[in-house]
Design a binder for this molecule. Structure first.
Ligand SMILES: Nc1ncnc2c1ncn2[C@@H]1O[C@H](COP(=O)(O)OP(=O)(O)OP(=O)(O)O)[C@@H](O)[C@H]1O
Length: 626
């Protein structure tokens, strides 16, 4: 019952959740960038769901041991989470996967920094699914043979080239055969579960891995040019990202009791340089990847972030980023991604835990389109394309080392995350506190056999990696909530003890005097109790007293700490206000820079709000990051 973790009272640094970003405007506002989307988001969902009924199922699945099985729910689970976990079972049933197997959420008070563990520190495996693309025109024209078989139960059988050698068998959570549609991938890959968890405050990542031309970009964003052309979001060709956006907004609409703030960013790692796809600038100046001591993770400094109030804003972010990313042609793919891209949507949820307490969770969904591994002989890469291929292969190799180390439970030593920008940014998704879905993309043909086997091995290794998903919550909120639970638990316990005591007393008194006793023992009745019961009674009272006294002392400590914390925050606030005033006065004096007319409320949430200057000049210019 001890109230621990007073370190949570450390004043919250905004870097923990959002760090300041450069408030440079996009070329156009999200809404202006977006195409006029005629239908509503719900219609897309309705359309795709309607279509689902008619289609035969192309996705096969294997329920891996332990995956997708709901464990017992703790009575201490967050109310909102309890609801979500309950729903999970249902959604798991539908999506037949165990993307980060469903777990009960109990609040573990071993809270780290700004986060609260919600699964009691249980580990979770990366969910791995495989998608096989159909034969392309070139392969059909050259009469290429398919060498993969799908016997079901999430298995892929690879025929080998060597006569007499046994075929290789791999198994995964779900296998999408070549005829599987984009909607099948949304429904059965487990990405819906990831989105539900992102809304609850978990950090989630879906990434596509595979050789060049195997269908990674197709899986995430559809055929080349689809998004950039501003195609209606109801096109059946749209990939996982657009479909996920629609589902995300649907989830948000289902929760009117919560207030949500969505912020999106989109970057690429091109030749080991991080480029902001929403604000690349003519020079495509690279951004720095830094380590945050507070959140204990890497983040990109000055990354541009866009507030997305509407579904259209998310589409606009995707469209803008897709236009700006590096694409090139080589012998194996006319529209090959020459960079790794990372699209991130942060989901801040404010919910009322009860009448007096509002707490915020900070979830995230990342979509990572890795550039494909390339055999430069096969792709005929030269010059710039060759340099790109070398950088791609190098960073994928580091990713491979990290995956190999992480999957080897026994030998787990140093994980070389720092060896590439990609692994730095994926570190948390791979083995930190995130929930991760890997979509391994492969080609079905004999000519790609060695790359296919490599990808399948990679995927099998990734399946063994475990992470510890946690909900990101403001430290103060987490503490208040945990204190409240603590007090509730104490009260229940005391109530229970009192009840137990009365029952026993009633029974004894009845046997003595044969008359009804009052619920509370009257002082004069105490004399009638036998010595042994009296001793028990006194002992129980003493125990209760001790517990309540401890609680009392701890609550006083907590209150003092809160006061100190508040004092620090208000001092920081004053300092910032002073700084703002100084900046303002400099701006007013300057003939070149116009002064900002107003700054947003300097209260606690101000630091997390970025408003697009192009849409509202009167708003604040404080930015954030990841
Ligand atoms: N499941 C699929 N159904 C139909 N076409 C597909 C499928 N998967 C891939 N394709 C097509 O194959 C081509 C190559 O796919 P894509 O560009 O997505 O590969 P990639 O793995 O992203 O390659 P790279 O690593 O070079 O970027 C594209 O024209 C794409 O539309």
């Amino acid at each position: 019952m001890a109230l621990t973790n007073l370190q949570l009272f450390r004043p919250m640094n905004s870097n923990m959740v959002y760090t300041h970003r450069q408030a440079t405007p996009m070329r156009a506002t999200p809404s202006a960038l977006s195409r006029s989307l005629s239908k509503s988001a719900e219609t897309l969902v309705a359309t795709t769901r309607g279509g689902k009924e008619l289609r035969s199922r192309k996705a096969r699945s294997t329920e891996q041991p332990g995956a997708g099985l709901a464990k017992g729910t703790s009575s201490l689970a967050l109310p909102a989470l309890g609801k979500a976990w309950g729903r999970d079972d249902d959604s798991l049933g539908r999506s037949r996967n165990g993307s980060g197997s469903s777990r009960a959420g109990s609040v573990d008070r071993s809270t780290r920094g700004s986060s609260t563990t919600l699964n009691g520190g249980d580990e979770d495996n990366i969910n791995v699914v495989v998608r096989i693309r159909p034969l392309n025109e070139k392969e059909k024209a050259t009469g290429e043979r398919e060498i993969l078989e799908f016997p079901g139960k999430g298995q892929v059988i690879c025929q080998t080239m060597t006569p007499g050698q046994k075929p290789k068998v791999f198994s995964y959570n779900v296998v999408f055969e070549p005829a599987a549609t984009q909607e099948d991938v949304l429904e059965y890959s487990g990405v819906k579960r990831l989105l539900e968890m992102a809304v609850e405050g978990f950090s989630c990542t879906a990434f596509c891995y595979g050789q060049t031309g195997s269908g990674k970009t197709h899986t995430l964003t559809g055929p080349p040019g689809l998004v950039e052309r501003g195609t209606s979001p109801y096109s059946p060709e749209h990939g996982l990202v657009v479909r996920s956006f629609v589902y995300l907004f649907q989830l948000i609409q289902e929760r009117p009791e919560c207030h949500f703030i969505l912020k999106a960013s989109f970057l690429e790692i091109y030749n080991e340089k991080v480029i902001d796809l929403l604000n690349p600038g003519s020079a495509r100046k690279p951004l720095q990847v830094r380590w945050s001591k507070e959140s204990r993770s890497f983040y990109v400094e000055n990354l541009f972030t866009v507030d997305c109030e509407q579904l259209d804003d998310l589409f606009a972010v995707l469209e803008e980023g897709m236009r700006n990313r590096a694409v090139g042609a080589h012998a194996m793919n006319a529209h090959s991604s020459r960079s790794h891209t990372l699209l991130s949507v942060r989901v801040r949820r404010d919910l009322r835990a009860d009448a007096a307490i509002t707490c915020s969770t900070h979830g995230k969904i990342n979509f990572v389109d890795l550039a494909g591994s390339e055999m430069t002989k096969k792709t005929n890469s030269t010059g710039k394309t060759l340099e790109e291929a070398n950088n791609i292969n190098r960073s994928l190799m580091v990713l491979g080392y990290c995956i190999a180390q992480l999957s080897d439970g026994k030998k787990r030593g140093h994980i070389p995350y720092r060896d590439s920008k990609l692994t730095k940014l994926l570190a948390d998704s791979l083995a930190g506190n995130g929930v991760t879905l890997m979509i391994a993309c492969i080609a079905p043909t004999r000519s790609n056999l060695s790359e296919t086997i490599n990808t399948l091995r990679y995927a099998s290794r990734a399946k063994k990696i475990k992470s510890k998903p946690i909900v990101k919550m403001d430290a103060r909120d987490a503490l208040i909530l945990s204190l409240k639970r603590e007090v509730e638990a104490l009260q229940t316990e005391n109530e229970h003890l009192r009840t137990a005591l009365h029952v026993q007393t009633d029974f004894n008194l009845d046997s003595y005097s044969n008359r009804r006793t009052p619920p509370q023992i009257e002082p004069n009745k105490l004399y009638q109790l036998p010595q042994s019961e009296l001793v028990d009674l006194v002992q129980l009272h003493m125990q209760e007293n001790t517990a309540l006294r401890t609680e009392n002392t701890e609550l006083f400590n907590v209150r003092d700490q809160l006061l100190r914390d508040q004092e620090l925050l208000s001092r920081e606030n004053e300092r910032l206000l002073k700084k703002l005033e100084d900046v303002n006065s400099v701006c007013i004096r300057s003939p070149i820079i116009p002064a900002r007319p107003t700054y947003s409320d300097s209260g606690s949430t101000g630091a997390n709000i970025w408003t697009n200057p192009a849409t509202s000049t009167a708003n604040s210019n404080v930015s954030d990051s990841g």
